[in-house]
Design a protein around this ligand. Structure first.
Ligand SMILES: [Zn+2]
Ligand SMILES: [Zn+2]
Length: 337
């Protein structure tokens, strides 16, 4: 109990309850407000992309450079996703990459699905204030870190309430654009740490638990191609192919086209091919080892069966001997009398 972060725990439990029940009762009592629904969806996309294209690919991995206005936007709407300041988020994420699947990984999937998904947020932050230097030297990042709670309250809760008020439903704005949206963005991000480390293929990095999965990419703004990302962290793409569903990659490309982003990092195709071949060779080695041990087990089972059969034979023989002895005794009694 001493290690529990009660603020995080209470918020993570109550936000979905308020968001889901609040939306349900608001629709029952007030009816469907289409403007409010559209606003909530747009706000969901903006705060979600601010985490994936902003917190993750820009601030954590420096996979591209962005104009200050874009960075400010990501910091403001990223704060609205209620996932900590960019400074703390990036520190945790860099530790995750450095120590994936070890005890030092804050959201290691080795501690179970729930821990990786959200259990780790329930625990007190013991990772200290040793923040990455490149981020502490960024005035915009430090400004957001300092005023994080204020931005969160204003943008995440007051803004949707005011928009709701404009459309004649302030409570609807708060529960749908505030609590329900936060819940959905939370779990979209959480699934990257849980599901994307459990479900899918490992085409680029056979050693990591991270997986590539097109299905999870749909609700994680393109982050479902997590095996590629763990192998090539600085590439601005997670979905490598043009047809891979990766809205964060498309947004970064659009920003570059508009002159608001530059130096988009891409890994050389030969590096990608090398990683693919390495992964295939490791997996085939693992498969042949598996086949070998399977053969050994089958051989052992055969031996056990043989031993069992010989034991059965010996038991039958023993019974026959017993019967012979009995017969002999009976006969000898008869002869003697
Ligand atoms: Zn990961
Ligand atoms: Zn990452």
């Amino acid at each position: 109990m001493k290690n529990i972060d009660w603020t995080n725990t209470i918020f993570l439990i109550t936000a979905p309850i308020i968001g889901i029940l609040g939306t349900y009762f608001h629709i029952i009592w007030e009816g469907l407000n289409s403007q409010l629904i559209i606003f909530s969806i747009v706000f969901y996309i903006l705060s979600g992309l601010s985490i994936t294209a902003g917190y993750h690919r820009l601030f954590s991995h420096k996979s591209y450079e962005a104009h200050w206005s874009v960075r400010l936007f990501f910091l403001i709407f990223g704060a609205a996703a209620a996932q900590n300041s960019a400074l703390k988020w990036c520190r945790d994420h860099r530790i995750h990459h450095q120590f994936t699947d070890t005890e030092k990984d804050p959201y290691s999937v080795k501690e179970g699905f729930f821990h990786a998904h959200m259990g780790w947020v329930f625990k007190k932050d013991t990772r200290g204030s040793n923040f990455p230097k490149d981020l502490t030297q960024d005035p915009l990042v430090m400004w957001q870190h300092k005023y994080y709670m204020g931005i969160l309250v204003w943008v995440s809760f007051l803004l949707p309430t005011l928009v709701g008020l404009y459309y004649g439903a302030p409570i609807g704005g708060l529960v749908m654009g505030g609590f329900l949206r936060i819940t959905l963005v939370h779990h979209a991000t959480f699934f990257i740490n849980s599901l994307c480390h459990i479900l899918g293929a490992k085409p680029y990095d056979a050693h990591s638990s991270a997986r590539d999965n097109a299905l999870t990419a749909i609700f994680t703004f393109g982050e479902g191609y997590h095996n590629f990302h763990h192998r090539f962290q600085t590439d601005y793409r997670n979905g490598l192919r043009t047809y891979h569903f990766d809205p964060s990659k498309w947004l970064i490309a659009l920003l570059s086209f508009l002159g608001l982003a530059k130096n988009l990092k891409r890994v050389a195709p030969e590096e990608i091919l090398k990683a693919k071949l390495e992964s295939v060779s490791i997996r085939s080695k693992e498969k042949s080892l598996l086949d070998e041990s399977k053969l050994k087990i089958e051989e052992k089972i055969k031996n056990v069966k043989k031993i069992r059969d010989s034991i059965v034979d010996k038991k039958v023989l023993l019974k026959e001997i017993e019967l012979d002895i009995r017969r002999f005794r009976k006969l000898s009694k008869l002869v003697l009398t």
